[in-house]
Design a protein around this ligand. Structure first.
Ligand code: HEM
Length: 546
C-alpha cells in the first residue's frame, strides 16, 4: 500500500496533475502516477496566495489610511509610514520620512510654518493612529485644560494603549507605577485627587523648599569643590557617587573634612585640654580629625610605595600631592620631612585649596542689587528676585521639560482650530472617538503667535508677568495646570539666586564660535520622560567681593 500523500501536498495538486498530464511542464502522462506532485505548480500556488495576501494587506492599509485622513479632516501634516510615538517610529532615527519623538524639538523653528498653521496632523500609512499635533494654546485649553465639559482624556489605561505606542505606554506605565494618581486620573477621580493634594502645596511647604534648596546648594558646591581639588590637586580617587571612607571606614572623607573645616577654629585656638573635654561637638571634631589623619597617612604610604616601585622611565601622576611626596623622597635624608610634617603640608594644601575653591556662604557679589548684604536671601525677598525668576522662565520656555500633553477623544467631538495668523476666526473640525490630540509644548513656546523672536533668549519678555499668569504656559494652563509650579519656581529662584551671586556663568566656545552658534550646538534634546538638553559646556567663575 503506497503511503497516503501528506495533506499539504494534496492541497497543491492541480487539475492537470490529476489528469496525469501537465501542459505547463510538458510531462508525459505515461508512467506518471496520478498522485505525482507537480512541485512547480505548487510553488506557483504559494506565490498566488502570498500575492493575494499582499494585495489584501495593501488594500486594507489604503482603506485604513483613508479613514485616518478623514479622522484628521485632511489637515496638512506628516504623511509618513509610522506614528512618531510608537514602534518602530520611536526606535528608528528621526529623519525626513520618520519624524520620531524628536521632531517637535528638531524641527521646532520650521515645521508649523511649512504646513501653514500651528495645528497639523499625522496620518501614518503603515502603522499607528491618526493624531493632531498642536502648538496652539486655544487647542490646548480645549483638550488639556481639564474643563468640565471636555471630551478629551489622558489615554485611559497603560494596558489599553496599543502596543505600537511604546513611548506612550512606557510613560503611562511609569507614572502609574504606584497606582492611580493626580497626573494620570481624569474626571471625578482627578477632582478628588486634586482636592486632597492641593492643600499640601502651601506657603509652609515653599518655606521648606527655600531653606532646603539653600542648604543643598552649599552641600553640593562643597562636594563639587572637594572633588575637583581632591582629583586634580591630589590625584585622590574620589567618586561622586561613592565617596571614599576615611580611617576605619565609619565616615566619608567628605564628611570628615566638612566637620574639620567647620570647626577648625576650635581645633586651632582652644587649648588641648579643652579640646579633650567630653562635649558632643568636640568629640565629633576630634573623631573627624583622627579619621582624616588616618586617611592621609594611608595616602602618603600609597604614594611612597608607588614611587619606589616606579618603572624606570615611566612618569608618575602629575598631581600636586604625588609630586610633593616624590620631591620629599628625593631629598637628602637630613632634609626630609617626616610623615607627620608631610601630612601637615598635604592637609594644609587640601584645606586651603578647598576653602578657597568652595563657595563660601560669605561670598557676595557687588553686582547684586537685591542681596546687598552679607547673607542668604529669604523667601520674603522672593518678589525682589524677579530678574532671577524671569531668567528661569525664559530658560524653561526654551526647553520646556513637560514637552508633550497627550489626550484622546473618548467620544465623537469637535475641535475649534484657530486659523493661521492674519486670518480671523477658527475652523471647526470633526474629531472621531479615539483620535489623539497632542499639545506640542515645544511648539507652543516657539510659536511666533505668542512670542516675538521666539528663538532668542530674552528674559525681559517676562518683565511684569506674575507668577500665576497663564502667559507663562510651560506648566500648562487651566484647572489641570502643574500643581508643583510654585514648588519648582521657588526652588529654582532660591538656587539660581545664590549660584549667580557666587559665580559668573560663561559659555565655553569653540574657536571662532558666536553665542548663537554655541546655543545651536549645545541645545541637543535629551528626551527621557521629560525634555532636557545634553551636556552644556560652561565655566563657573567665582565672583570676588567688591
Ligand atoms: C520645571 C518643572 C516642572 C514643569 C515644567 C512641569 C510641567 C508640568 C506640565 C506641563 C503639566 C501638565 C501635564 C499634562 O497635563 O499632561 C504638569 C502637571 C503636574 N505637575 Fe508639574 N512640572 C514641573 C514640576 C513639578 C513639580 C516640582 C511637581 C511636584 C512637586 C509637579 C507636580 C505636577 C502634578 C501633580 C501635575 C498634575 C496636575 C493635574 O493633573 O491636576 N510638577 N506639570
Amino acid at each position: 500500500m503506497p503511503s497516503p500523500e501528506p495533506k499539504w501536498r494534496q492541497k497543491y495538486w492541480t487539475s492537470d496533475c490529476l489528469q496525469n498530464t501537465c501542459r505547463q511542464h510538458g510531462l508525459n502522462p505515461s508512467g506518471v502516477s496520478k498522485r505525482t506532485f507537480c512541485a512547480d505548480a505548487a510553488e506557483l500556488s504559494v506565490g498566488h496566495i502570498l500575492t493575494a495576501l499582499s494585495v489584501v494587506f495593501v488594500i486594507s492599509r489604503i482603506m485604513a489610511y483613508r479613514r485616518k485622513l478623514q479622522a484628521v479632516s485632511n489637515v496638512p501634516g506628516f504623511r509618513v509610514p509610522f506614528y512618531p510615538l510608537g514602534v518602530p517610529g520611536f526606535l528608528l532615527p528621526s529623519t525626513w520620512w520618520n519624524p520620531a519623538i524628536h521632531w517637535t524639538w528638531n524641527w521646532r523653528h520650521t515645521v508649523y510654518k511649512q504646513y501653514g498653521n500651528d495645528t497639523i496632523s499625522v496620518a501614518p500609512f503603515v502603522i499607528g493612529p491618526a493624531s493632531f499635533y498642536s502648538a496652539n494654546l486655544d487647542v490646548a485649553r480645549q483638550v488639556a485644560g481639564g474643563e468640565h465639559k471636555t471630551s478629551f482624556v489622558k489615554p485611559k489605561k497603560a494596558t489599553s494603549v496599543p502596543t505600537y505606542s511604546i513611548s506612550l505606554d512606557a510613560r503611562l506605565t511609569l507614572i502609574r507605577l504606584w497606582g492611580m494618581n493626580l497626573v494620570t486620573a481624569d474626571g471625578n477621580t482627578w477632582r478628588n485627587h486634586r482636592r486632597i493634594m492641593g492643600p499640601a502645596f502651601n506657603p509652609k511647604l515653599y518655606e521648606l523648599v527655600w531653606k532646603q534648596t539653600l542648604n543643598t546648594y552649599y552641600v553640593l558646591t562643597f562636594k563639587f569643590a572637594l572633588l575637583i581639588i581632591a582629583k586634580c590637586g591630589f590625584g585622590l580617587s574620589f567618586n561622586w557617587d561613592q565617596p571614599p571612607r576615611a580611617g576605619d571606614g565609619t565616615m566619608t572623607v567628605q564628611a570628615a573634612l566638612r566637620t574639620v573645616i567647620d570647626n577648625h577654629l576650635l581645633m586651632n585656638f582652644l587649648p588641648k585640654w579643652i579640646q579633650n573635654l567630653p562635649f558632643k561637638k568636640l568629640n565629633e571634631t576630634r573623631e573627624a580629625n583622627d579619621q582624616l589623619m588616618a586617611f592621609m597617612q594611608d595616602q602618603v604610604e600609597q604614594r611612597k610605595a608607588d614611587i619606589r616601585s616606579k618603572v624606570l622611565g615611566k612618569e608618575t601622576a602629575a598631581d600636586a600631592f604625588t609630586m610633593l611626596v616624590e620631591a620629599n623622597e628625593d631629598e637628602a635624608t637630613k632634609h626630609k620631612l617626616d610623615d607627620v610634617e608631610l601630612i601637615g603640608n598635604v592637609f594644609n594644601l587640601l584645606f586651603a585649596g578647598h576653602v578657597s575653591t568652595k563657595v563660601s556662604k560669605k561670598t557676595f557679589t557687588s553686582r547684586s542689587s537685591v542681596l546687598g548684604h552679607d547673607r542668604d536671601p529669604t523667601l520674603e525677598e522672593y518678589n525682589k528676585l524677579d530678574k532671577v525668576l524671569y531668567a528661569f522662565y525664559e530658560a524653561l520656555r526654551m526647553v520646556p521639560s513637560g514637552f508633550l500633553m497627550i489626550r484622546e477623544a473618548f467620544e465623537d467631538t469637535a475641535l475649534h482650530v484657530p486659523n493661521p495668523v492674519g486670518q480671523e476666526g477658527s475652523t471647526t473640525l470633526a474629531v472621531p472617538k479615539g483620535t489623539q490630540v497632542i499639545v506640542d509644548m515645544i511648539g507652543v513656546q516657539y510659536n511666533p503667535r505668542y512670542f516675538d523672536e521666539p528663538e532668542k533668549y530674552k528674559p525681559s519678555r517676562w518683565y511684569g508677568v506674575s507668577n500665576e499668569s497663564e502667559a507663562f504656559s510651560a506648566f500648562s494652563i487651566g484647572p489641570r495646570a502643574c500643581l508643583g509650579r510654585k514648588f519648582a519656581v521657588t526652588e529654582a529662584v532660591a538656587f539660581l539666586s545664590v549660584l549667580l551671586r557666587d559665580y559668573k556663568v560663561k559659555p565655553i566656545y569653540l574657536p571662532g564660535e558666536t553665542k548663537e552658534q554655541w546655543q545651536e550646538r549645545v541645545l541637543v534634546a535629551n528626551i527621557v520622560l521629560t525634555l532636557g538638553v545634553s551636556n552644556v559646556p560652561i565655566q563657573l567663575i567665582r565672583r570676588t567681593r567688591a
